[in-house]
Design a binder for this molecule. Structure first.
Ligand SMILES: Cc1ncc(COP(=O)(O)O)c(C=O)c1O
Length: 407
């Protein structure tokens, strides 16, 4: 008789966004006349930029001719894309990252959940609390997190680094030494960022302790302030302790197109073993590459036209963020984020729990957000709104929330 991977059975409840989806669908089915505005899941709404569309059309035509047809992509991704990434995302920011240290993939969710495979099950992970749930759940599936305590909603073998109003949602160096440290800045869900000096402290700490930092920079395009680093490799010493995960989902609207990449510097080693080689092996064995068509679209993101068009798209979402931030502040809510990130983190009013506030907003004003407690125990009493809606919907949602009585 076969057996299942019992680690999966340890996962509590269902994935946060499925629970939200079910609640919203049930509400909409019961109230078909109401227009529900979704500022919950972090999905984009603007169409792909014209430069990207042109590249997609061009690549599709190439695939239709024998002389320019492309089959399997190279293991690490096409050089034209890796060169563009190395040039624009790293060299232009003074970071020393070579094209052959970049592994192209179909997105950061897969990469940030798969990357743990190249590490020992004995490693202890540290995560921010609240946190993007994928980091923890992928380690649960692997069997690295110990026993779940339903009361505290924590795992016995995970080091939690609370990010609360008391520390401006910036994690402090943990008391217990971790082996793998997940950091995501600009942060999902809180929208907080680290200044360069703060990130440098983490890099120094990781090098000193022999830990690896898994740095998720999926939202770097939203950074507006000068002293906030776009890449961990802006910090000295990061090449020996950090892996960076990037996505085209939020900077270029590729949530449905699918493209991302992981950077592993060749100096990042455990003894004599380079993590670069392990990931190259894993990639070569388990992955057959992002489609040529999509990688051509990714290349267009870095073209002059693509960069200008996408700057406008990011500005569009960030003007939504400002509208939410200012509108809710004016209505008396305690809010943060929204300056270097497309997420607004709001304290629930009147001591409501995150899910109580979710139900309240859904029922009273038909606005959907994400309950903070879904991101970890320190998210309780908070609520996340995204700036990824259309302008119209964002304005309408904020105006509806502002019109609530008794808040
Ligand atoms: C922090 C973070 N990392 C990774 C991802 C996933 O990115 P992708 O669409 O490239 O899989 C998301 C998406 O919401 C995210 O918020």
């Amino acid at each position: 008789m076969f057996k299942v991977n019992e680690n999966y059975l340890k996962l509590p409840g269902s994935y946060l966004f499925s629970t939200i989806g079910k609640k919203v669908n049930a509400y909409s089915a019961a109230h078909p006349d109401r227009k529900v505005i979704r500022l919950g899941i972090g999905d984009v709404t603007q169409p792909l930029a014209p430069a990207v569309i042109d590249a997609l059309h061009g690549a599709v035509d190439e695939m239709g001719r024998a002389e320019s047809f492309h089959g399997y992509a190279p293991d690490l991704g096409y050089e034209f894309l890796r060169n563009a990434i190395a040039e624009h995302d790293f060299k232009a920011r003074g970071c020393e990252i070579a094209a052959d240290e970049i592994f192209v993939s179909d997105g950061a969710k897969c990469d940030c959940s798969n990357i743990q495979e190249i590490f020992s099950l004995d490693n202890k992970i540290a995560v921010c609390d609240p946190v993007y749930p994928v980091y923890v759940d992928s380690n649960v599936m692997a069997g690295r997190t110990g026993v779940y305590n339903a009361k505290t909603e924590t795992w016995s073998d995970v080091i939690y680094m609370p990010c609360t109003a008391d520390n401006q949602f910036v994690p402090e160096l943990p008391k217990e030494t971790p082996d793998m440290i997940y950091l995501c800045f600009p942060n999902n869900p809180t929208g907080a960022t680290l200044a360069k000096a703060q990130l440098q402290e983490w890099v120094d700490y990781a090098n000193q302790k022999g830990a690896v930092i898994l740095y998720d920079a999926a939202y770097e395009a939203y950074i507006s302030e000068a002293d906030v680093p776009h890449s961990i490799y802006e910090c000295e010493g990061a090449r020996t302790c950090a892996i960076e995960l990037r996505s085209f989902s939020k900077n270029a609207g590729f949530t449905g197109v699918r493209l991302g990449f992981t950077v592993i510097p060749k100096e990042l080693k455990c003894g004599d073993v380079a993590l670069h080689s392990l990931w190259a092996r894993r990639h070569g064995t388990k992955y057959n590459g992002a489609p040529y068509i999509v990688q051509k679209a990714g290349e267009a993101v870095y073209s002059e036209a693509g960069r200008a068009q996408l700057r406008q798209q990011v500005d569009y979402y960030m003007s939504n963020a400002r509208y939410i931030l200012e509108g809710l502040k004016a209505a008396g809510f305690t809010v943060s984020g929204g300056v270097n990130a497309p997420y607004i983190w709001l304290k629930t009013p009147d001591g409501m729990t995150s899910w109580e506030f979710f139900d309240y907003l859904l029922e009273e004003v038909n606005v959907v957000g994400t309950p903070g407690s879904g991101f970890g125990p320190s998210g309780e009493g908070y609520f996340r709104l995204t700036a990824f809606g259309s302008r119209e919907n964002t304005v309408e949602a904020v105006d509806r929330i502002r019109g609530l009585q008794g808040i």
